[in-house]
Design a protein around this ligand. Structure first.
Ligand SMILES: Cc1ncc(COP(=O)(O)O)c(C=O)c1O
Length: 406
């Protein structure tokens, strides 16, 4: 069978792959701790599940909805955006998708032609690059500074007459970095000046810790908001990854194109999930706050422990999302492996802890560790990784070789 160039070139999602391997090992009875997956460990709050059950019992969920989602859900989304951001989107400017992942995919399909360049920060989430390639476009990497953030200098280096889109994800996967209001203003003004469309992936916007402040690009000013397409969803904040509800908010003409593509691809997201999402968005958000606090506690507990793992170095404390992204170049040297990918494999096979290779996010030499799991599992995982690294340290001490391992 001969496959399309598209299919030949697409890389499987590294995060999904590592997680599947970990799950397969768990099924075989191996006690693996999975820090590879980007999903909260909490079950969906009861009030959301109850709304879904009620919708099923009423018979409403047996049927198709408009491909772009129920008007009632779009209203709930518009109301949530208004409450959270103070920005108003009429419902013809909103489209509901099968997760934020599909929202981003359909946007690339709607905006990108062959030769069109899309600016992506390094590091950034695994799927952006593949989605640009699937649309025939060219992903162009914008280098970040020590704080993992892009600046207008980096953007100046990357822009040319083919540049059309810039993706900003704050809080950022895999680093947990949050852009300040001033930084967003500078990036937004740059985009307006260069006629570049901004995609604001705000999927972690409610998961912000330790008094840090999150702003969306759409909140900065009207000109920047007009150049920005907002992407969000219920997966991370409401512990609803399995329900697959995301959304896009943007100009009516864009949404109309998005809707046409959706009408030929996914059709509507599962009707039952849409009713669940209405309950999530219209709820008093106290469940979100409870889960946010749990993540914050995990971050504050785990961060100092990960810092002490031999060969692991954290550049800065994450401010949001639920990932740590340590530089493991010293650990690679210490363990005598060739790459972060090899270190990831050995951690899984020998220490039974699943993490993701930083290379998947454009940064080999780093690992992504999710802390969206129980404190108990997190402590055990860190103990296992520490023990795994210590064996090399001990060998070096007995061999008399010194190494910098902070
Ligand atoms: C940065 C980022 N954007 C979008 C998504 C997609 O989320 P979902 O499709 O579950 O809504 C993820 C999920 O891992 C993510 O990390």
């Amino acid at each position: 069978m001969k496959f399309s160039d598209r299919a030949m070139n697409v890389e499987p999602s590294a995060t999904v792959k590592v997680s599947n391997t970990a799950k397969a090992m768990i099924r075989k009875g191996i006690d693996v701790i999975n820090l590879g997956i980007g999903e909260p460990d909490f079950t969906t709050p009861q009030l959301i599940a109850d709304a879904a059950i009620k919708a099923i019992k009423s018979g409403k969920t047996s049927f198709y909805t408009p491909a772009s989602g129920l008007p009632q859900l779009k209203e709930a989304i518009a109301e949530r955006i208004k409450k959270d951001y103070g920005v108003i989107y009429p419902i013809d400017q909103i489209s509901v998708t099968n997760g934020a992942k599909m929202a981003l995919y359909v946007l690339m399909q709607a905006l990108v032609d062959p030769g069109v360049e899309v600016l992506l920060p390094r590091p950034s989430w695994v799927s952006y690059k593949q989605q640009v390639l699937l649309a025939g476009g060219k992903p162009v990497i914008v280098e970040t500074g020590d704080d993992f953030k892009i600046t207008t200098d980096g953007l100046d280096d990357a822009v040319n007459h083919n540049t059309k889109v810039l993706v900003i994800n704050s809080p950022q996967n895999p680093t947990g970095t949050i852009y300040s209001k001033e930084e967003l203003e500078a990036i937004g003004n740059w985009a307006v000046l260069h006629n570049v469309i901004l995609i604001a992936d705000d999927i972690y916007g409610k998961l912000v810790y330790n008094q840090n402040q999150f702003y969306s690009l759409v909140q900065i000013n009207d000109r920047i908001a007009a150049s920005t397409i907002l992407v969000n969803g219920v997966s991370k904040a409401y512990s609803m990854t399995g329900w697959r509800i995301g959304y896009v908010a943007g100009a009516p003409e864009l949404i109309s194109k998005v809707n046409s593509i959706l009408s030929h691809t996914t059709g509507n997201p599962a009707t039952v999930s849409q009713y669940a999402a209405i309950a999530a968005l219209e709820s008093d958000q106290s469940e979100v706050e409870t889960m946010r606090q749990a993540f914050e506690q995990r971050l504050n507990t785990i961060y100092p422990l990960v810092e002490k793992i031999p060969g692991f170095k954290l550049r800065a404390k994450p401010e949001g999302a639920f990932y740590l992204f340590p530089d493991v170049s010293a650990a690679i040297q210490l363990a005598g492996v060739q790459s972060s990918g090899e270190l990831v494999d050995r951690l899984l096979q020998e220490a039974h802890v699943a993490v993701v290779d930083g290379a998947a996010f454009g940064m080999p030499g780093y690992l992504r560790m999710s802390y969206a799991t129980s404190l108990e599992d997190l402590s055990t995982a860190v103990e296992r990784i520490t023990a795994f690294m210590n064996q090399f340290l001990e060998k070096q001490v007995s061999g008399g070789i010194g190494i910098e391992t902070d």
